[in-house]
Design a protein. Structure first.
Length: 250
């Protein structure tokens, strides 16, 4: 067995991370979001923040091949491009914060963002108006900052865009496409900042396999008639991940 594979298989918590990314794939397949909210808190128990972000962004990029073909046909690509351009401005700031702050501080920030997002979703608080162009820019800026600092690219999009007034299928497609583009931007900034880790690239490749398969399963399960049921199932999985990732349990 090659040394690079042996090294990747020896990463602490790899089995738990594989199980977590598999659950996250199903959730993202039928809701269009949730991967980072589920994976990042759990992975933070075993990996430093930079490695967590490398793994979550690369597995997100890998999953694009499973979800993008359907999403591309329904997405409003102009809106997605505007948010992506805005994110390019703040991702470097987020990466700088991630490399400057203590690891435990980043984990508490992850817990705070994920916890607030979950409470907002469960209680029904989300922005439900029409998102204007300035609003799209603001969403892109916020998601870029959070993504570069923690790997949580989705919460801002979920709370302020996913519940918009457009057709659910279009918004879901936009979200899938935007988060895929943001993953590319975040990983590129990690390379520029010199915090890339080839061991984590291999780990991401290993985790991409169950993530790809379960994303397809989740997409196959998606049925607009049962959207509410899917969302509550997703909330339950996210809650377990957030609670398990609280630094107090270390």
């Amino acid at each position: 067995m090659p040394d690079w594979l042996v090294s990747a298989l020896a990463v602490p918590g790899l089995g738990w991370m594989a199980l977590t990314i598999g659950c996250a794939g199903i959730v993202r397949g039928f809701t269009g979001f949730g991967t980072a909210l589920i994976f990042v808190p759990v992975a933070g128990r075993y990996l430093p923040p930079a490695d967590v972000i490398i793994v979550i962004t690369l597995t997100g990029i890998a999953s694009t091949s499973a979800l993008l073909p359907r999403a591309w046909g329904y997405a409003d690509r102009g809106e997605v491009a505007l948010m992506a351009v805005a994110a390019m401005l703040t991702v470097p700031l987020g990466v700088w914060a991630m490399t400057s702050l203590p690891q435990d501080t980043i984990r508490w920030i992850v817990t705070g963002i994920a916890g607030v997002t979950l409470v907002s979703l469960v209680t029904g608080w989300r922005y439900r108006g029409m998102v204007t162009r300035p609003g799209l820019v603001a969403i892109g800026l916020g998601a870029g900052l959070a993504g570069g600092m923690t790997g949580l690219t989705g919460p801002v999009v979920i709370l302020f865009y996913l519940a918009g007034l457009k057709a659910a299928q279009t918004v879901r497609a936009n979200t899938i496409l935007y988060l895929a583009m943001l993953d590319v931007v975040v990983f590129a900034n990690l390379l520029i900042a010199g915090v890339s880790n080839w061991q984590m690239v291999v780990v991401a490749g290993l985790l991409a396999v169950p993530y790809f398969i379960t994303s397809l399963i989740g997409q196959h399960l998606f049925d607009p008639r049962y959207e509410k049921t899917y969302r509550w199932a997703a909330y339950a999985v996210i809650a377990v991940a957030v609670v398990s990732g609280v630094p107090l349990w270390d």
